[in-house]
Design a protein around this ligand. Structure first.
Ligand SMILES: [Zn+2]
Length: 182
């Protein structure tokens, strides 16, 4: 079985140019101190247990994820004195779930783009701004609606997610908040 680098915990931090700034029994938060980083406090939240992707999140980590990501984001926002912390989850690289937490100010190097190529800004009647791809044509509406219907049916039929391991709202609420205290 291939070794997972992020399962090495702090032993891999030096190579990755980061230092640990917080941990509890389930999670650790590291912050980039590596050369070449164009923004301050680019950080990584990851479970100590091997969980491959966000879609595999389960158990105690799933029950505490909301509390942990909120606290980590709030501390980053406060210490960096920025209005926003961007959150990115990709998953094609390390093979071990890690959430990018990136303090953001207007004009810095961070991007909000999820689509490659040129984008055109659109303003909805409500005033909400969005983006459309110039390089990639929109898919047929029927195809989009069909997938939405399949998703709705999957949730309704209870076949989506991890079945019994999916925490209900009640289960998440009952999780001990002590794990996110310092
Ligand atoms: Zn791992």
């Amino acid at each position: 079985m291939e070794q997972c680098a992020l399962c090495s915990g702090a032993r891999i931090d030096g190579e990755l140019g980061r230092v640990q700034v917080w941990e509890d029994a389930l999670w650790r938060l590291t912050t980039s101190v590596g050369p070449g980083n164009p923004t301050l406090a680019s950080s990584y939240l990851e479970p100590k247990r091997h969980i491959a992707t966000i879609a595999d999140l389960d158990g105690a980590e799933a029950a505490t994820f909301g509390l942990v990501i909120a606290r980590c984001s709030a501390v980053l926002r406060s210490v960096l004195e920025v209005p926003l912390v961007y959150v990115y989850v990709f998953g094609g690289g390390a093979g071990h779930l890690h959430v990018h937490l990136a303090p953001h100010v207007d004009g810095d190097a961070l991007t909000t783009s999820m689509i490659r190529g040129e984008l055109a800004e659109v303003t909805l009647p409500s005033g909400v701004r969005g983006w459309e791809s110039v390089d990639f044509p929109g898919l047929p509406e029927g195809q989009l609606v069909e997938v939405a219907d399949r998703l709705r049916a999957a949730f309704t039929d209870g076949v989506a997610g991890q079945g019994s391991s999916s925490p209900s709202c009640a289960a998440a609420t009952s999780a001990s908040p002590s794990v996110v205290r310092r």
